[in-house]
Write a protein that binds this ligand. Structure first.
Ligand code: 5GP
Length: 180
């Protein structure tokens, strides 16, 4: 275990089983359709890389990068698009892939923005959901795990750009935050 980790919340094995299950559900639900998966950088990268290998309908990928104004620990709902999609989504079946839905404010903004571009359908797939923190009206269509209100890292999720490479989803020791 990484020395900065206090507790593993979701193990690598449980993540792998869940990602496979989500990929299989998406494959069934989108049978006969082409999918465009839109990953939200950077947190969703690891999840999306594993997820797409369990989806067996025709699939393209694209990415968006957004930054939320306000305090770093809490999203304000005012979102700036740092990197937009490379392709049009008009008439396409879009699945937005997120690492975690917390307040939901970032995702609400993204969905409102993407729906103006006239996709054929627009759904959300998130690995983690913290519904206790929800401020915006967002319900993921596909969700891996509901987790309590704790700050987690690993499997793509960072603290100050570190720990994205951890294989499990974990909670850090409190000392790590006080190191600044
Ligand atoms: P929301 O707009 O839903 O509050 O913010 C979602 C974003 O906040 C996520 O995509 C993620 O980048 C970040 N976030 C929310 N909770 C956590 C957490 O527990 N750990 C990490 N590393 N990031 C989080």
């Amino acid at each position: 275990m990484h020395p900065d980790v206090q507790e593993i919340l979701i193990s690598e094995d449980r993540i792998a089983a869940k990602v496979k299950e989500l990929g299989e559900r998406i494959s069934e639900d989108y049978r006969g359709k082409d999918v465009l998966m839109v990953g939200i950088l950077k947190g969703a990268v690891v999840f999306m890389a594993d997820l797409i290998r369990h989806v067996n309908v025709p699939l393209a990928i694209d990415f968006m990068a957004v930054s939320s104004y306000g305090k770093s620990s809490e999203s304000s709902g005012v979102v700036q698009i740092l990197k937009d999609l490379d392709q049009s989504i008009e008439g396409r079946h879009v699945i937005v892939v997120e690492d975690i839905v917390d307040s939901g404010l970032t995702l609400r903004y993204m969905l409102d923005n993407l729906s103006t571009r006239k996709p054929a359908s627009l759904k959300i797939c998130t690995l983690l959901d913290k519904p206790s923190r929800r401020k915006a009206d967002v319900t993921p269509d596909y969700n891996g795990f509901v987790i309590p209100d704790r700050f987690v890292v690993g499997y793509g999720l960072d603290y100050a750009e570190n720990y994205r490479n951890l294989r499990d989803i974990a909670v850090l020791r409190p000392e790590v935050y006080s190191k600044g």
